[in-house]
Design a protein around this ligand. Structure first.
Ligand code: NDP
Length: 245
């Protein structure tokens, strides 16, 4: 572990796998204090324990980003554990892909609840504390699908375009809080393990197997944005496999 002078308290949603887990490892290795949140608490507990063994201050809490109460309790836990909130990485996300005509309405609602409402709840839970502290940083994990639309990904894209819009609005309204959107392309994770139509899931998996970059590549981008000086706001990073069209 290398400890820099600017160690921060970082809250990470969706830290139980994929990009969130890799981000927790990356930031903890730099000496940042991390609070890990997700629903699969046994995974979080194991990861937090491993990070603590490596010398990093790490804690975890059960978190469901679709519940404002749960997200507010997560923010309160950061204050309780570490006394402040410097960075929120709004990473939790779901991607059950399917054509609109399939009318998988429960999955549309889930994407809106996790990918969009969850990000808004995260902002609501930490912004007052960041303003009290006179600074902070919100990192929203969007997607290449926040820049382009593809068949079977219309609703997913809609949530990610919305994250880009609200991030830009928050940035314009903020003079003390930095706002970063990180947009990954195909990245190795568990994102295609759940939900969506069988055909769409198989196609996404095949593409990911062929192209995907490690989750650590996205974690590196997030760490880069976090580690800039307070007056430098990296607003957008798109990180995708070189071979992705
Ligand atoms: P994973 O499926 O590996 O990770 C998703 C994380 O979100 C898990 O930790 C999961 O934890 C958490 N999560 C899901 N629902 C909830 C919820 N209701 N409350 C709290 N946590 C929740 O996928 P990725 O690591 O790939 O996904 C991370 C982000 O990256 C997402 O926003 C995704 O859209 C984005 N992304 C990923 C790409 C890729 O190719 N992998 C490409 C572009 C963007 P748990 O189930 O334990 O709650």
């Amino acid at each position: 572990m290398t400890t820099s002078a600017a160690t921060k308290t970082v809250l990470i949603t969706g830290a139980s796998s994929g990009i969130g887990e890799a981000t927790a490892r990356r930031l903890a290795a730099q000496g940042h204090r991390v609070l890990l949140g997700a629903r699969r608490t046994e995974r979080l507990a194991a990861l937090a324990k491993e990070l603590r063994h490596g010398g990093a201050p790490a804690a975890h809490r059960e978190l469901d980003v679709t519940s404002l109460d749960s997200v507010q309790a997560f923010a309160a836990a950061a204050i309780e554990e570490f006394g402040r909130i410097d960075v929120l990485v709004n990473n939790a996300g779901v991607m059950p892909l399917s054509p609109i005509a399939d009318l998988r309405i429960a999955e549309w609602e889930q994407m809106i609840d996790v990918n969009l409402r969850g990000v808004l709840f995260g902002i609501a839970a930490v912004l007052p504390q960041m303003r009290r502290q006179g600074g902070g940083h919100i990192v929203n994990v969007s997607s290449v699908s926040g820049h382009r639309v593809d068949p079977t990904a219309a609703v997913y894209s809609a949530t990610k375009f919305a994250v880009a819009a609200l991030s830009e609005g928050l940035r314009q309204e903020s003079r003390d809080v930095r706002v970063t959107v990180v947009s990954p392309g195909f990245t190795r994770s568990e994102l295609t393990d759940r939900g969506g139509s069988a055909e769409a899931r198989a196609a996404a998996r095949a593409a990911a197997e062929q192209l995907a970059i490690p989750a650590s590549a996205i974690a590196d981008a997030i760490a880069f944005a976090i580690d800039q000086p307070a007056n430098v706001d990296v607003n957008e990073l798109v990180v995708r496999p070189t071979a992705q069209g």
